[in-house]
Design a binder for this molecule. Structure first.
Ligand code: ADP
Ligand code: ZN
Length: 820
């Protein structure tokens, strides 16, 4: 009797289990874990799934369908990756499918619902396309957009994903979701002589070889001519124009592999600009000893924390470590918070490592992400060092030797939405262990958790206490706004001290950064008669006033309206602004310093793809004297001429209702202050506040991290927060207020039965309704001594009984483990 063979796969959807399909004997001999397979699902869906395991057990609850086909010759996902994804799914209480979906670029996960569009910058010749590919391109140029199903009927076959995958690789098509990102890279085609003919001595051989093809000689000489004129790569179009030969001539040179062609994005940071060697960097004594200590910890396979004040030269230490690993042909992952991935840093790294550096983050388009994915998979010389945001954790590393997590305290390392709600730093520690790689966490203001781990001896620890080149730490001065307000000594929101220092700084030809952690003009518009302030109809939150467009906007759902003339509650024309946002700071600056060039950097001015780096460049080039901004300014930027940082109002940070508010204020203020005086002159920082005696501000101004740590640790211990405890937050979400309350009560009662007083809530979050959905949170605190997995199993059991209650079915449950 013939054995039935089955394949377990993971689908890119939030299914709890693996799904089982039937495969033929031949397929069983070809498929390996980590290869993609196209599978039917439901009535008429097709998904790209990932093969996990071949076996002989038919599924119990359903009839296994056959797969459509295997999509890869080689696994594109490694065993370690799958193991790591399983860890994430298990630890962060989500499904493997959700991790899979996040981990793999969607261009590698085509499915029946994917909408495909022609790439308008596609420049390839028709002869580069197979018959099927040609048909698809033709259909697309007639109809504009097609679903995978349409293509199935056009090609009259079931198995079209390989054709589409190949068109993705050739840049012929783009996916609709990519256009939603409004990303239209311009692809240009370039041509060069094949590597072996690049030496001058080989040229004569080549010309001899081609002696019976004068047209081809003509093309080769034209290319030589063009190359001698510029150092940049030569465009295919210029070669066509200059050589005046037909496309067929160039094509036959390409076929003979005398010429090579390649595509580059026109706006791409150019590769191959290696200009110095990491060996030439001379570390100073403090850096040398830190590096030595780090290596000693690494010898004992310890996670290590590098605590170095701003501008102490942490990056140069990373460079040394990276270069040693690269020489051993190991891969390196350099993780950064999304927003710290600036051209500044990338150029610096490229100057050391040239094309060995690749960048991976969400602002890059799908094709580029696929390209990096493939380079990492090949584990060649390209993309040996990945610089990326948290998603770079999911690349198919073969031989990872080192992970650096820079700015490890940054809360944006935690994914908030959607699942997996993972912390990239913590998941990196696990990944490093799986690879037997070393891991270094770096920060000027370590997270309480990491510092605590080093105190406990769990992590290695080393410090850089001085700025590189003996540059002094900035001098921080606290200014009492309450006193000044009482004496009516404020101009707008500016103290006299700040105004004077700005004048002085500008006169010296230096630059100023002004920090206010709120965008918009003023947080709210309030009626001075009745106290009413206009709220969002979809979310329970006041609307923010944006003066530039004269609008009120919701920062949660994007809802916006024109500013009303009179109060909607009492009808009086007594609406006034309350609070302070970046726009208002900018306006006041323009008024107070009419001669200065002013710029603003916040979420509103950096929406466009390049606007972020444009502002940074303009500031670097000193085309801006005073830069006003939100926390975007705090992230690892290295400006040479900033001598003054003004914090407009420190209180909004301190008063945030969260147990991490004080830690975060310390970090944010210290990081912004660290932008001041990064060269010889000692920088100045003015912190304006209504609470100058607040302990956090005292600790920031004296740079006393240790005091901050001890105090926070004590408080966290009192209230059972991390690092002594772990927390899981459960959010309930539903559009019906009453149903949500009932459901949350039911669930919490069951939790209390099992876990007692460590369950807090349910409570409404600060914004209890977002996009017309009500929210309620429950916190579970789990002591470090208790078993986290037992707790999670308990929660899952309760969820099962909960889901069995029909009226609660539609209530969404969201788990956030180690929530931030
Ligand atoms: P951090 O990452 O700690 O903020 P950086 O690595 O950016 O600090 O160093 C601050 C500045 O000092 C940079 O301009 C950097 O080029 C310079 N620097 C640091 N270490 C060295 C070194 N060993 N030799 C030369 N310049 C250095
Ligand atoms: Zn809203």
């Amino acid at each position: 009797m013939q054995m039935n063979i089955f394949l377990n796969v993971v689908l890119p959807i939030p299914l709890e289990r693996l799904f089982t399909y039937q495969i033929s004997e031949e397929e069983a001999s070809l498929v390996r874990p980590g290869m993609r397979v196209a599978v039917p699902f439901g009535k008429n869906k097709i998904y790209t799934a990932l093969a996990i395991e071949v076996h002989y057990e038919p599924p119990v609850a359903y009839e296994a369908k056959p797969i459509h086909q295997i999509l890869d010759d080689q696994p594109i996902v490694s065993d370690i990756q799958i193991e790591h994804w399983l860890w994430i799914a298990n630890y962060y209480m989500c499904t493997l499918g959700e991790v899979f979906r996040t981990a793999v670029p969607s261009a590698l996960l085509l499915e029946s619902e994917t909408v495909i569009l022609p790439n308008q910058y596609f420049t390839s010749d028709e002869d580069d396309l197979s018959d099927d590919e040609f048909l698809v391109m033709e259909a697309l140029s007639n109809r504009g957009a097609l679903k995978v199903d349409d293509i199935i009927s056009i090609l009259e076959k079931k198995t079209v994903l390989p054709v589409l995958n190949s068109l993705v690789a050739k840049n012929g098509i783009v996916l609709k979701e990519e256009l939603v990102q409004q990303y239209k890279p311009k692809m240009l085609r370039y041509v060069s002589l094949a590597e072996i003919y690049k030496e001058e001595t080989r040229l004569q051989d080549l010309l001899d070889e081609l002696s019976r093809a004068p047209k081809q000689i003509q093309a080769v000489l034209a290319l030589f001519q063009l190359q001698s004129q510029t150092k940049d790569p030569v465009l295919m179009s210029s070669l066509r124009k200059e050589s005046r030969v037909s496309p067929g001539v160039i094509k036959s040179l390409l076929d003979k592999e005398i010429l090579e062609e390649f595509s580059l994005r026109s706006d791409r940071i150019s590769y191959g600009t290696q200009s110095r060697s990491a060996d030439s960097v001379q570390l100073n004594a403090e850096q040398t000893s830190a590096l030595k200590q780090i290596k000693e910890y690494f010898d004992h396979d310890k996670v290590t924390l590098l605590h170095g004040v701003t501008s102490s030269g942490k990056t140069e230490i990373y460079v040394k470590l990276i270069s040693e690993l690269v020489k051993l042909n190991k891969q390196v992952l350099y993780l950064l918070p999304e927003i710290a991935l600036t051209t500044q840093l990338i150029q610096r790294l490229q100057s050391y490592f040239g094309e060995q550096i690749a960048v991976y983050h969400s602002r890059y388009n799908l094709q580029e992400r696929v390209e990096v994915w493939n380079h990492v998979l090949e584990s060649g010389n390209k993309a040996r060092v990945i610089v990326g945001a948290r998603s770079a954790l999911f690349l198919p590393y073969k031989d990872l030797g080192l992970i650096i997590v820079d700015e490890e305290h940054e809360t944006s390392y935690k994914q908030f939405d959607p699942a997996p709600r993972y912390h990239a730093r913590d998941a990196a520690v696990v990944l490093a262990k799986m690879h037997g790689a070393q891991i270094l966490l770096g920060s000027a203001t370590p997270s309480i958790e990491s510092y605590y781990n080093s105190r406990q001896g769990k992590y290695g620890y080393t410090e850089l206490k001085r700025r590189y080149g003996n540059v002094l730490m900035p001098e921080i001065q606290l200014v009492d706004l309450k006193k000044l307000a009482r004496k009516k000594m404020l101009k707008g929101h500016f103290s006299q001290q700040l105004i004077e220092l700005i004048h002085e700084t500008l006169e010296m030809g230096e630059q100023v950064i002004l920090f206010q952690n709120r965008r918009g003009y003023a947080p709210i518009l309030e009626c001075t008669t009745c106290g009413h302030s206009p709220g969002c109809p979809n979310c329970d939150v006041s609307l923010t006033y944006h003066r530039f467009r004269n609008q009120l906007r919701c920062h949660y759902c994007g809802h916006h309206t024109d500013v009303p003339i009179s109060c909607e509650a009492c009808g009086n024309q007594t609406l006034d602004t309350k609070g302070l946002g970046t726009q208002q700071v900018e306006d006041e600056v323009r008024e107070l310093f009419p001669g200065a060039k002013v710029g603003r950097m916040d979420f509103d001015t950096t929406r466009g793809k390049h606007s972020y780096s444009k502002i940074i460049n303009a500031f670097e080039q000193q085309e801006i004297d005073i830069l006003v901004g939100t926390q975007m300014l705090t992230k690892g930027l290295d400006f040479r001429h900033v001598n003054l940082v003004g914090i407009m109002n420190a209180d909004t940070l301190l008063n945030f209702p969260d147990f991490r508010a004080h830690e975060r204020s310390y970090q944010m203020l210290t990081q912004v202050a660290g932008r001041a005086g990064r060269t010889e002159k000692r920088g100045k920082v003015i912190v304006q506040t209504y609470n100058p005696y607040h302990q956090i501000l005292q600790q920031v101004s004296s740079g006393d991290y240790e005091a901050m740590f001890q105090e926070q640790l004590y408080e966290r211990e009192q209230y059972h927060y991390p690092p002594h405890n772990r927390i899981i937050r459960i959010t309930f979400r539903h559009k019906d207020y009453n149903k949500l309350n009932e459901a949350a009560e039911w669930f919490t009662r069951s939790l209390r039965n099992e876990f007692g007083t460590s369950v807090l809530g349910p409570e409404y979050p600060p914004v209890p309704r977002i996009r017309n959905q009500y929210l309620k949170n429950v916190l579970i605190k789990i002591s470090n001594q208790a078993s986290l997995s037992k707790t999670k199993n308990g929660i899952k059991r309760i969820e099962k009984s909960f889901n069995a209650i029909s009226q609660y079915k539609a209530v969404r449950i969201i788990y956030d483990v180690d929530y931030i």
